[in-house]
Design a binder for this molecule. Structure first.
Ligand code: NAD
Length: 436
């Protein structure tokens, strides 16, 4: 099939590349000229495990093309994916200007039947708005489908190639048939294509992300309770996770959820609820808990250094909002940096993939280390903000030898409390006992 993908960010580039991988010809469109030039010349613009190999192969086979021209991109396509940003507006609602702006442009360009598929996360009713925007300029037949994306950064290629499910919101039989054909190679193992109406599909995405964010905030509250009651959240997590109604996954407490999706999607659902005259009480609490949790590690640090943080220097491991990505949007590490610097401390950070992005946003507010251990030079303590695998079994003796004091504040519970105590560390983590 001939496909266009409009928006070549984390979702668009993975979608385009993975669709090309099964033999489709995909043209990716983006307004960012520098990004398009880089991609055209074979340079990948995001870090996503496994993506580069597929990107190289499909570029070479000329099944994956890039352009800044929407007209060129969609000219021969039967299917147009929208993978455009939907950032939060000032009131928390999803800003639809990119999606509706492109819909408007598509309406001016359409000449024959096409299916326009919305992959962006958008509020209920957006498919109707996209339809209206196109219909304002194009009187022929076309369909607008809501096909929310569930890929997770860090495992996005696997998630796209073998999705747990594909949600397709459309009442058009013609679009249903086309999408069934398009997704057939990806659901060969029997994972379902779930067809529903557009509104339900739009809400499914928000419900999924909000439910996951709720799980995180719930465990963060259990962790807070553990710290006050002398219980160990690791034990509680294992105890409840073995009940398959609860499940083992997504029960890890930490320093609050971040990233480009959970914070904005929870906010947007709360906003949509308000517009529908419904007060979504749980989600308001989820957001409040998250804000508190993001400050929790710094509160522990401040409590430890009773005299204040002026003149203290910290090593920070991890900047990305989660491991295996270079994405730093709403990364809790950035809030930790702000709070430390505001309190008069300095920071040297190391992250395997995200340092360039952080440099682009906060420049020389902090220093950047070449390696994990370089970050420790001259530091009073180590802070861990992202659970990259390479931080899990470090050389503890080297850490002891390099830090000025054997102090670790771990926002991701990477190490065993007892082991750290025996090694001689003052080790503080989330929801677990402090041995001293
Ligand atoms: P992104 O910011 O990484 O990418 C968006 C791209 O769209 C950028 O490259 C930007 O230059 C481009 N763009 C903006 N306006 C354009 C225009 N008029 N024409 C062409 N291109 C334009 O965003 P993302 O993370 O890929 O997210 C896209 C959507 O998918 C959002 O709605 C998001 O909520 C949703 N989503 C994201 C993820 C994720 O993990 N990142 C997962 C599921 C769903």
């Amino acid at each position: 099939m001939k496909i266009a993908v409009v928006g070549t960010g984390y979702v668009g580039l993975v979608t385009g590349t993975c669709l090309a991988e099964t033999g489709n010809t995909v043209t990716c469109v983006d307004i960012d000229q520098r990004k398009v030039q880089k991609l055209q010349s074979g340079q990948i613009t995001i870090y996503e495990p496994g993506l580069e190999k597929l990107f190289d192969r499909n570029l070479k086979e000329e099944r994956l093309l890039f352009t800044t021209s929407l007209a060129d991109g969609i000219k021969d396509a039967e299917i147009i994916f929208l993978a455009l940003p939907t950032p939060p507006g000032a009131d928390g609602s999803a800003d639809l200007r990119y999606v509706l702006g492109v819909a408007d442009d598509i309406g001016k360009l359409l000449q024959d039947y096409k299916v326009i598929i919305d992959k962006s996360t958008v509020p209920v009713g957006t498919a109707e708005k996209v339809h209206a925007a196109i219909a304002a300029n194009y009187k022929g037949e076309f369909d607008v489908v809501s096909n929310p994306e569930f890929l997770r950064e860090g495992v996005a290629v696997d998630d796209f190639m073998k999705p747990d499910r594909v949600v397709i919101g459309t009442t058009s039989e013609r679009a249903q048939k086309l999408l069934t054909e398009l997704y057939a190679p990806y659901v060969r193992q029997g994972n379902p294509l779930i067809f529903m109406d557009e509104r339900s599909a739009e809400l499914t995405k928000y419900a999924a992300n909000s439910f996951l964010a709720t799980k995180i905030s719930f465990m963060n509250e259990i962790a807070q309770l553990c710290e006050r009651l002398g219980a160990d959240v690791d034990m509680v997590r294992r105890g409840i996770g073995s009940d398959d109604r609860i499940g083992k996954r997504f029960l890890f407490p930490g320093i609050g959820y971040g990233g480009s999706c959970f914070p904005k999607d929870v906010q947007a659902l709360v906003h949509s609820s308000g517009e529908a005259d419904y007060d979504f009480k749980i989600l308001n609490a989820v957001m409040e808990v998250n804000e508190t949790q993001k400050r929790h590690l710094v509160s522990k640090i401040k409590a430890y250094y009773e005299g204040g943080l002026t003149g203290k220097h910290f090593a920070l491991w991890g900047l990305a909002f989660k491991p295996n990505t270079d994405d730093i949007r709403e990364a809790p590490a950035l809030e930790i940096i702000d709070a430390l610097v505001e309190a008069g401390a300095t920071v040297t950070a190391f992250d395997p993939e995200a340092m360039n992005n952080v440099r682009g946003v906060i420049g020389d507010k902090i220093q950047y280390a070449e390696t994990t251990y370089d970050a420790l030079e001259g530091a009073d303590a180590l802070i861990i903000a992202t659970e990259w695998n390479e931080f899990r079994t470090p050389d503890f003796d080297k850490i002891l030898a390099t830090l000025k004091e054997p102090v670790v504040f771990d926002g991701r519970n990477l190490f065993e409390v007892q082991h750290m105590y025996e090694k001689g560390f003052h080790y503080e983590s989330i929801g677990r006992p402090l041995i001293q």
